[in-house]
Design a protein around this ligand. Sequence first.
Ligand code: ZN
Ligand code: ZN
Length: 133
Amino acid sequence: MVYGECNCGVVAFEITTDIKDVYVCHCSICRKYTGAAGVAVVIAHNDAFRWRRGEDQIATWKKPDADWLSAFCRTCGSALPGANDEERMFVPAGLITEGGERLRVAHHIWVGSKAAWDEIGDDGKQDMEAFGG
Ligand SMILES: [Zn+2]
Ligand SMILES: [Zn+2]
């Protein structure tokens, strides 16, 4: 089991499957979303993801000209899990509080868009654009 929550604890979730891969997106949208080098996420199938509390406290924003939706806590502004597609959730890895001991960075995407000061220092596979790009 993997557990996670936002900074204020209003929103919490759990993942029931064993996950180990972290994906880091360095695109300009994700950089603005976090204010950092990008966003690190784990991907969980909908069947394996469950909100523990606070689902009604999630705000979302869709970028008008892109297929990109951000989710964040109404109270503290923390990035929150959101739908990756119809079957899977993306879950910001930094929210994980318990059960993440085996996580490692497996894949970097949109490396071609990374910030000048962003130096990738792990063994994760690097794609200049999205997966397979
Ligand atoms: Zn919060
Ligand atoms: Zn991105």
